[in-house]
Design a protein around this ligand. Structure first.
Ligand SMILES: Cc1cc2nc3c(=O)[nH]c(=O)nc-3n(C[C@H](O)[C@H](O)[C@H](O)COP(=O)(O)OP(=O)(O)OC[C@H]3O[C@@H](n4cnc5c(N)ncnc54)[C@H](O)[C@@H]3O)c2cc1C
Length: 420
């Protein structure tokens, strides 16, 4: 291979949750990286930046351990990862008991495949961001370039060159776009997307409740969309309350007492009293999938490639799988003396990730459409469907393994194997 001099092996545009994970995975494998973000790192680390919590699947959490990020999630006696031991999915109406025809997943039923681990862990995004920043500072090979505004990108036969708005330039063999659903890099490369709105918004907040949740995640399907109660550490839960845009805007406009009362009506009293303890956040939901994940010396990862409904808590997990697959493909390319940004290398990324992501993005969309309505026959069918899956152990186990991220061709990091 002809040796070209570049500033870095890899440049990443977007230092969010997925971009930083790509940086850690590739730096641990010995590559040099520049991470460019439009915002100040201190802005991203402010508690006011992101009120969400993410369900991190078992395999994804193994990757976080392999990258040292899980260690950074522990502060003294405190761990910021709450185990998800069980998941209860049911159909219902606000203010009424859930349908008895439900679906129950228990980590004990796949304990062998899971090495006795839970189905996943709930981690607040602000904690995950802190842990990723802490670990990127410890890891050799990562240079932060932020805040910085990219104005142009030009790929040639042997490198890609980024120009910033102050006229400075940086080059690398490969550019990774991790700049989120409105990706500047994707648009600059003229990569189109398949997209449609979900006609829903998700209200997110954190609540405290009286009784312990015992690590049980609840997904209650209400007519306007899912209402999820997700177990955080302590007697706390992250709420993802999906509504039509009009109802979500109205709920956001309620005063604190009115909001708490509406939330409690949906929540029920199975965990005793419940009270919101964090600001409310509102996220418009839409489906978006890039037509291709690769361009000239370019790959798309995370929400820049695929942004999905949070119904199954899979968006970040998909981005982590992109990161693990990309690191492994680049390690193999280096071992075989291939160009990191060459077409053959990039085609392997596309074929490894596109099929998996296409299946999951569409499954989440169909699932949301099926459950977010009050049409009588559909309601009846889905209640029966839930209870049928519940009564068939092999099918239930398949769904549990899927939720814990353990199906398909797993790259080493997702098996918990570090590069060093
Ligand atoms: C309500 C809700 C709940 C969710 N729950 C879960 C869950 O439980 N589990 C799960 O797996 N997923 C979940 N998700 C999805 C998950 O949050 C996203 O998939 C994930 O945050 C995507 O991360 P990302 O790094 O790809 O993008 P982003 O988080 O959008 O990060 C993009 C980064 O790029 C930077 N950037 C943007 N533009 C530029 C530019 N022009 N130049 C340089 N930098 C730029 C930004 O500053 C940012 O740092 C949820 C999503 C929602 C809406």
């Amino acid at each position: 291979m002809k040796k070209t001099t570049t500033d870095f092996d890899i440049l990443i545009v977007g230092g969010g949750l997925v971009g930083l994970t790509v940086a850690l995975a590739c730096a641990q494998a010995g590559f040099s990286l520049g991470v460019i973000d439009i915002s100040e790192p201190s802005e991203q680390l402010a508690d006011s930046h992101d009120g969400r919590a993410s369900a991190i699947a078992t395999a994804s959490f193994r990757m976080m351990r392999a990258l040292g990020v899980a260690d950074a999630l522990v502060e003294g006696e405190d761990t910021h990862a709450g185990p998800i031991n069980q998941i209860l999915v049911s159909d219902g109406q606000a203010g009424q008991a859930p349908s008895p025809l439900n679906l129950f997943f228990d980590s004990a039923q796949i304990s062998e495949a899971n090495d006795g681990e839970p189905l996943g862990y709930m981690v607040e995004n602000r904690r995950m961001r802190h842990a990723l920043h802490t670990q990127t500072k410890k890891q050799d090979g990562i240079t932060w370039i932020a805040p910085a505004q990219v104005s142009d990108i030009e790929a040639s036969d042997d490198k890609t060159t980024i120009t910033f708005d102050d006229g400075k330039t940086l080059s690398a063999a490969l550019l990774v776009a991790a700049d989120g659903r409105n990706s500047f890099v994707r648009q600059h490369a003229k990569i189109g997307v398949t997209a449609w709105p979900c006609n829903q918004k998700a209200i997110v907040t954190t609540v405290e409740h009286e009784l312990p949740h015992n690590g049980i995640a609840h997904e209650l399907f209400l007519p306007a969309g899912p209402f999820a109660i997700l177990p955080l550490t302590g007697n706390r839960a992250s709420i993802v309350w999906t509504e039509t845009p009009r109802a979500a805007d109205a709920a956001m406009a309620l005063d604190d007492d009115q909001f708490a009362a509406e939330l409690a009506r949906r929540f029920g009293d199975f965990l005793g009293w419940v009270k919101p303890v964090a600001p409310r956040w509102c996220y418009p939901l839409s489906f978006q999938h890039a037509k291709t994940y690769v361009g000239d010396r370019l790959v798309l990862v995370g929400d820049a490639a695929h942004a999905i409904h949070p119904i199954a808590g899979q968006g970040f997990n998909m981005g982590l799988r992109d990161a693990a697959a990309l690191a492994e493909i680049l390690v193999q390319a280096r071992a075989e003396g291939r160009d990191l940004g060459g077409e053959f290398t990039l085609a392997q990324f596309e074929s490894w990730r596109k099929f998996d992501n296409t299946a999951l993005t569409h499954a989440c969309d169909v699932f949301n459409k099926l459950f977010s309505n009050n049409i009588g026959p559909l309601k009846h069918a889905r209640r029966i469907g839930l209870s049928v899956v519940d009564k068939l152990p092999p099918v239930r186990q398949f769904f549990m393994k899927e939720a814990s991220g353990q199906v398909g061709d797993l790259p080493p990091l997702l098996r918990g194997e570090a590069y060093t």
